[in-house]
Design a protein around this ligand. Structure first.
Ligand code: IPM
Ligand code: MG
Length: 354
């Protein structure tokens, strides 16, 4: 199994180095994997004047899975938009057809007190957010900045979803729900947007093929409120690209830190790109203080979803649990009485716990 490793920018290199340690540990235990590195984001721009160099896309296409750190940095903020690091990320998602983005928000008992919500609201929380990742206003054309007839300038984007796009991600959602508590909430803005009205119609149609799953619909503003009011009402949340972007950041805070949230982005054949939900955090880059657990947990998702290796996936997740039980914490999840460690020491602790 070949894994393309794309550390990217900022803390990306630090956290991916720790996740690679975990993969190396599994390899020395007999897991047949091969890692190959390439540039993406600002690093891609620096190396090849392109946030997604051709060699990187090619390597990713030829690999069984992709492990990605994060992209972005202050020095790239003034580049023209096609050269920005984020474009590398959006293009690799689109280029690999990774339409299903799984973002599990899971509260570890040890971190209940790190959540910004009361412990009783989040204790035992286990939500799966399924975000459509290659459509919506993120990719809709036309878009741009234009000058109107009256001479005023205007920025504009286009939101749309085609039937096949909604259908395929809805199927993924129902299949995930079937393996969980058989509840799915589809989140949209059908009271205002035609795109959402259509989304709701198609999801309702697909639901007929999954009679055991209890489907509900919720407007995105209400969903944002319910996530901080009573988050345990949710099992699977299915939503579009932009709503999923926003709700998954919100949900991360329920778990204690965005540094704990892994993700999987899958194509139709379960080939996937695995990355933490957080960004490149340039303000703390190079200081060895970032939390590598979201990236390490993304490796667990890689084993589960792309390599169908549930045993090793659980082995990694249990190692993370054990480290938390030992009171080992990076700064973002640290509390009085715990042992504060840096990024590399956290990675080493997980490898030891493996
Ligand atoms: C995410 C990020 C990206 C997104 C950015 C960096 C383009 O926020 O993965 O959630 O908006 O999808
Ligand atoms: Mg985001």
């Amino acid at each position: 199994m070949k894994i393309a490793v794309l550390p990217g920018d900022g803390i990306g290199t630090e956290i991916v180095a720790q996740a690679a340690k975990v993969l190396e540990a599994l390899r020395s235990d007999g897991l047949k994997i091969e890692l190959e590195y390439a540039h993406i984001g600002g690093a891609g721009y620096d190396a090849a004047k392109d946030p997604l160099p051709e060699a990187t896309l090619k390597l990713s296409q030829q690999s069984d899975a992709v492990l990605l750190g994060a992209v972005g940095g202050y020095q790239y903020d003034t580049l023209p938009r096609p050269m920005r690091p984020e474009q590398g990320l959006l293009r690799i998602r689109k280029g690999l057809g990774l339409f299903a983005n799984l973002r599990p928000a899971l509260v570890y008992p040890e971190l209940v007190n790190s959540s910004s919500l009361k412990p009783e609201l989040v204790s035992g929380l286990d939500i799966m957010i399924l975000r459509e990742l290659t459509g919506d206003i993120y990719f809709g054309q036309p878009r741009g900045i234009r000058t109107l007839d009256n001479g005023e300038r205007q920025g504009f984007d286009t939101m749309h979803y085609s039937e096949s796009e909604v259908r395929r991600v809805a199927h993924v959602g129902f299949q995930i729900a079937m393996k969980r508590n058989k509840k799915m909430c589809s989140v949209d803005k059908a009271n205002v947007l035609d795109t959402s009205m259509f989304w709701r119609e198609i999801v309702t149609e697909v639901a007929k093929e999954y009679p055991q799953v209890e489907l509900s619909h919720m407007y995105v503003d209400n969903a944002a409120m319910q996530l901080v009011r009573a988050p345990k009402q949710f099992d699977v949340i299915l939503t579009g690209n932009i709503f999923g972007d926003i709700l998954s950041d919100e949900a991360s805070m329920l778990t204690g830190s965005i540094g704990m949230l892994p993700s999987a982005s899958l194509d139709a054949n379960n080939k996937g790109l695995y990355e933490p939900c957080h960004g490149s955090a340039p303000d703390i880059a190079g200081k060895d203080i970032a939390n590598p657990l979201a990236t390490i947990l993304s490796v667990a998702m890689m084993l589960r979803y792309t390599f169908a290796d549930e045993a090793n996936a659980q082995r990694i997740e249990n190692a993370v649990r054990k480290v938390l039980q030992q009171g080992i914490r990076t700064g973002d999840i640290w509390q009085e009485g715990m042992q504060k460690v840096g990024c590399a020491a956290m990675g080493a602790a997980v490898v030891k716990a493996l």
